[in-house]
Write a protein that binds this ligand. Structure first.
Ligand SMILES: [Cu+2]
Length: 140
């Protein structure tokens, strides 16, 4: 068992870590009130030749930071947890109002601040991102 783990550990550096191929564009956070979850938005560009799977995110400014997707279902705005989001090779995924977003439970932030988050990928790699905090209207 120990030998198997060691083999996997040695094999990892030969693979390009997901975070090396991802660039973050247009990051921002929509903040309303401390009692209301804030939402993080950004575009993830995959510059690599392999799909990259985002599996989660965390931030010291959020009790929990969850992957969510908004959907309009027969006139009712609904939101659901998504276990992962795949960023296609040489493609991008946009988190934007009405679609994918990072749901920041128990936000501790102020408009005008920068919130640091960490994006977590399926291969275990992590990518930091800095999201400026805007109010309900979004970017000025
Ligand atoms: Cu949500």
């Amino acid at each position: 068992m120990i030998r198997i783990i060691a083999t996997i550990f040695i094999a990892l550096p030969s693979l390009a870590a997901a975070e090396q191929n991802i660039t973050v564009e247009k990051p921002w956070m929509r903040y309303l009130l401390p009692s209301v979850p804030a939402a993080g938005y950004l575009t993830l560009q995959n510059n690599g030749g392999a799909d990259v799977v985002l599996t989660g995110a965390s931030s010291p400014a959020c009790g929990m930071l969850m992957l969510h997707k908004s959907q309009d279902s027969s006139g009712m705005a609904m939101m659901m947890d998504v276990p992962s989001v795949t960023i296609p090779a040489h493609g991008s995924i946009t988190f934007a109002p009405g679609g994918y977003h990072l749901m920041c439970m128990q936000p501790t932030m102020k408009i005008g601040e920068i919130v640091n988050i960490t994006l977590l990928f399926q291969d275990g790699s992590k990518l930091p991102a800095a999201l400026p905090v805007y109010g309900p209207q979004g970017s000025p």
